[in-house]
Design a protein around this ligand. Structure first.
Ligand code: G3P
Length: 218
């Protein structure tokens, strides 16, 4: 399973890259705003800066909600860097845009997926990735991981090439379960990835090793 980091924060992206555990980055307009990135040129420059830090795919989201605007923005984003994947919401005009991009060889990430029907439509339109939001479904007492399982089974039935990018990942168990189910990618905060490291027996074992070494070596 590929690990993408879900942030527009350059320091966090560098930190994750240095740990050697990330395969790409996802952003969204809220994450860009959180970093205070505003204005077309600043936004484009920021995406470029992200692409220079990581080797893998970088999702950059369109703001327009009509076909023409999405196409204009998506083409501009795709031209920016070969690692850019154009993120498009699962709305009627979005489907048309995904289909257009797919025919032009521009890769897409269809976002805001909350049902397997939406994921099926995105795959039919030729999305490269679909982003089902696990955490936000859990937030409303729905089962986010069940959605990943449902989409996996539907895509496998028909050999769709669309990759399942489990998004809105919040914790270590989300990551482990996504790996069990067979999500192609998960995207989440660095804190969730790093929490996979934690085990009390590792800490205890290391403390004993170091103490035993110290007894004879000072
Ligand atoms: O980038 C989309 C998704 O990962 C958002 O996550 O935590 O805001 O629900 P979250």
């Amino acid at each position: 399973m590929k690990f993408f980091i879900d942030t527009a924060n350059l320091d966090q992206i560098k930190e994750a890259q240095d740990l050697g555990i990330i395969d790409g980055v996802t952003t969204n307009p809220s994450l860009m705003a959180k970093e205070g990135i505003a204005g077309e040129q600043n936004i484009l420059d920021h995406y470029k800066a992200i692409c220079e830090i990581v080797d893998g795919d970088v999702s950059a989201e369109v703001i327009g909600t009509d076909f023409e605007t999405m196409v204009k923005e998506g083409e501009m984003l795709a031209e920016l860097h070969p690692q850019i994947v154009v993120k498009v919401p699962i709305i009627r005009e979005g489907l048309k845009a995904i289909s257009y991009f797919s025919k032009k060889g521009i890769r897409t990430n269809c976002t805001l997926i909350f049902s397997s029907g939406q994921a099926l439509l995105a795959a039919k339109a030729g999305a490269s990735y679909v982003s089902p939001f696990i955490g936000r479904l859990d937030d409303i007492s729905s089962d986010g991981l069940q959605l990943i399982e449902d989409i996996r089974s539907i895509y496998d039935n028909y050999d769709f090439d669309t990759e399942i990018l489990a998004a809105s990942v919040r914790n270590a168990m989300h990551i482990i379960e996504c790996a069990h189910i067979g999500a192609d990618v998960m995207t989440g905060p660095l804190s969730a990835m790093v929490s996979l490291l934690n085990h009390p027996l590792t800490d205890k074992g290391l403390a004993t090793f170091l103490a035993d070494h110290k007894k004879l070596n000072g």
